[in-house]
Design a protein around this ligand. Structure first.
Ligand code: ADP
Ligand code: MG
Length: 360
């Protein structure tokens, strides 16, 4: 089901101060996609999710799920949570420790007074789907973190909702398990006809899982797009910096050619990806686009940057290096096989497509 949100506002008053948790949010979440709200802690992600679910009452705006308006300030509509046909998975597993797996998953159906035989059938089917066949009788606390999260997923899916909402569901898992569970989740969701709204502050999780990412900051959605667009074509400095590791260098636009935008900055005069910008901007170069070679590259022309290796840290699959270019220290990922040492003079060539210009 599609979700349409218009002009949504919600403020809180805390210790005499007004916090705009949602400051005029407009989004359309297409049906049957994985849509991620990504942003730093406190930017309003959970509040937005809670408004969609009906656990929070907005101050103004409208929320539509499928064809139905579930909340509207001007039309005075409020559809209670249990009538919104949603499934939810939270950060804490939120499964009931005193119940076994079957009872945890069956709970939403028992609440709806579904006949017993049908409950048994649907729980079995859902448990098979999340690969927990045969776990019905297990006490929920007797499961690993990943399995508990799958029980929570099964419980959210068992009533066959059109929309499922996740609030940082993997943040309590350790790094390796988080990666595995992320992969599973992507597989599960892609097999279902369901709209998933996924909240996280973890950029890798957002990039890996999503069809669309909406980046939030201070109660507002500031950019929306598919993961590659957000990563390679961010429009603002905030998004460029938040979505990945970035070298951000102040720059001034000097010239617009038909294919490129030419800037002057501490790294020199560089041709950048064409952008409709002028005056002072920020140049964003990702560390993984910097491939230094030894020497000064005197004879080279074009998009050449010269500097000196300042630090190198071995992290297994790469060296994390810092390259000093005048006043600027550039972060770079260097091939671990290359024989660099601090103090080496280096240069690198960078394509204009990898020099992204974002708002100051
Ligand atoms: P996120 O999920 O992105 O971390 P939240 O939606 O939880 O952010 O919170 C957004 C802002 O609203 C934060 O500044 C938070 O402190 C504030 N906030 C959220 N819930 C309440 C509440 N019940 N009372 C007061 N302030 C709140
Ligand atoms: Mg939150």
């Amino acid at each position: 089901m599609e979700i349409r949100i218009k002009g949504l506002r919600k403020h809180f008053v805390s210790e005499g101060k007004t916090i705009k948790a949602l400051d005029d949010v407009d989004i359309t979440i297409p049906a049957n996609t994985i849509f991620t709200l990504l942003g730093p802690s406190g930017c309003g992600k959970t509040t937005l999710l809670r408004c969609i679910v009906g656990l929070e009452t907005p101050d103004a705006g409208e929320i539509r799920i499928g064809d139905e308006i579930v909340w509207s300030s001007s039309k005075n509509i409020y559809v209670p949570t249990e009538k919104r046909k949603l499934g939810m998975v939270f950060q804490t597993y939120a499964i009931w420790p005193h119940m076994n797996v079957f009872d945890n998953v069956a709970y939403p159906l028992q609440n709806q007074k579904v006949p017993k035989d049908e409950i048994r059938e649907r729980v079995a089917k859902t448990l098979a789907f999340v690969q927990l066949e045969g776990y019905e009788g297990r006490p929920a606390t007797n499961l690993s973190g990943g399995q508990q999260q799958r029980v929570a997923l099964a419980r959210a899916l068992v009533a066959e909702p059109g929309v499922i909402l996740f609030d940082e569901p993997l943040s309590n898992l350790d790094a390796k398990l988080r990666e595995e569970t992320r992969k599973e989740l992507k597989t599960f969701l892609s097999e279902l006809e369901i709209t998933a709204v996924y909240v996280t502050h973890d950029r890798v999780e957002a990039l890996a899982l999503s069809d669309t990412i909406a980046v939030m900051r201070a109660g507002r959605i500031i950019e929306t797009g598919e993961p590659k667009k957000i990563y390679f074509g961010a429009e603002s400095r905030f998004v460029a910096d938040f979505i990945g590791r970035a070298n951000l260098v102040p720059a001034v636009v000097k010239e617009q050619t038909p294919a490129e935008t030419i800037v002057e900055c501490a790294l020199g005069r560089l041709a950048c990806k064409k952008a409709e910008v002028s005056g002072e901007v920020t140049l964003c170069v990702r560390p993984e686009f910097i491939h230094p070679q030894k020497g000064a590259g005197e004879e080279r022309r074009g998009n050449i940057v010269r500097g000196k290796i300042e630090t190198l840290i071995f992290i297994g699959d790469a060296y994390e290096g810092e390259i000093r270019c005048g006043d600027i220290l550039l972060l770079a990922r260097l091939d671990p096989e290359m024989d660099f040492a601090p103090g080496d003079a280096v240069f690198f060539e960078i394509s204009s497509g990898q020099c992204l210009l974002v708002s100051k």
